[in-house]
Write a protein that binds this ligand. Structure first.
Ligand code: GAR
Length: 193
């Protein structure tokens, strides 16, 4: 076995977890890429049911573990090649960012730098797109740094917004883009390492 080619990913989510499920399912076809852990700060998050039914280890951490070194130690013991945020709403502590340079990525449901920053997640982002009268929105996959939604951009894809669009219809279009592109971008990043 060529262990050096084994790639490990860890996923963080706070909510439903459709992106987490989609990424796990995508990589289940690749036996040299393993999803080692799903992490959440929210014990009621839908992502937990998804991880359970996909037989992927999961863990709900509390605030103390997040801010002291326990979660960092957990991550370091797994040695992930990539840490993937998918609908994860907390800011990543500096100690974790420093420990995993260029290994933490996030997906944002709009075309950054527009409609990003603290408090901009999920439907709030789509409402902001409607309120601005934008004619397009999309997805941004970017590296995570110490500021919300400010790390360097890896990938963007746009989709049209029409006057008839609602928060829900935009969310659907954006999720479609996310489900198509997020696993592919993750895969490419792992290949490029
Ligand atoms: C996704 O659309 C993701 O881009 C967004 O949360 C949704 C989670 O959906 N993330 C943010 O808004 C981060 N600022 P999911 O739980 O179905 O994967």
């Amino acid at each position: 076995m060529k262990n050096k080619t084994l790639k490990r990913i860890i996923l963080f989510a706070s909510g439903s977890g459709s992106n987490v499920q989609n990424i796990i399912e995508y990589f289940s076809a690749f036996d040299r890429i393993t999803t080692d852990l799903v992490l959440t700060n929210n014990k009621k998050a839908g992502v937990l049911d998804r991880a359970k039914s996909l037989n992927v280890p999961f863990y709900v951490f509390n605030k103390e573990e997040y801010l002291d070194d326990s979660l960092l130690n957990k991550l370091q013991s797994i040695k992930p090649d990539l840490i993937i945020l998918a609908g994860f709403l907390l800011k990543i502590p500096k100690s974790i960012i420093t420990a995993f340079p260029d290994k933490i990525i996030n997906i944002h449901p709009a075309l950054l730098p527009k409609h990003g920053g603290k408090g901009m997640y999920g439907d709030r982002v789509h409402q902001s797109v409607i309120d601005s009268g934008d004619i397009e929105t999309g997805i941004t996959i970017h590296y995570v740094n110490e500021n919300y939604d400010e790390g360097s951009i890896i990938f963007q894809r746009a989709v049209e917004v029409s006057k008839a669009d609602t928060v829900e219809s935009i969310a659907n279009k954006v999720h479609q883009l996310e489900h198509k592109h997020y696993p592919e971008v993750v895969h490419q990043l792992l290949k490029d390492q």
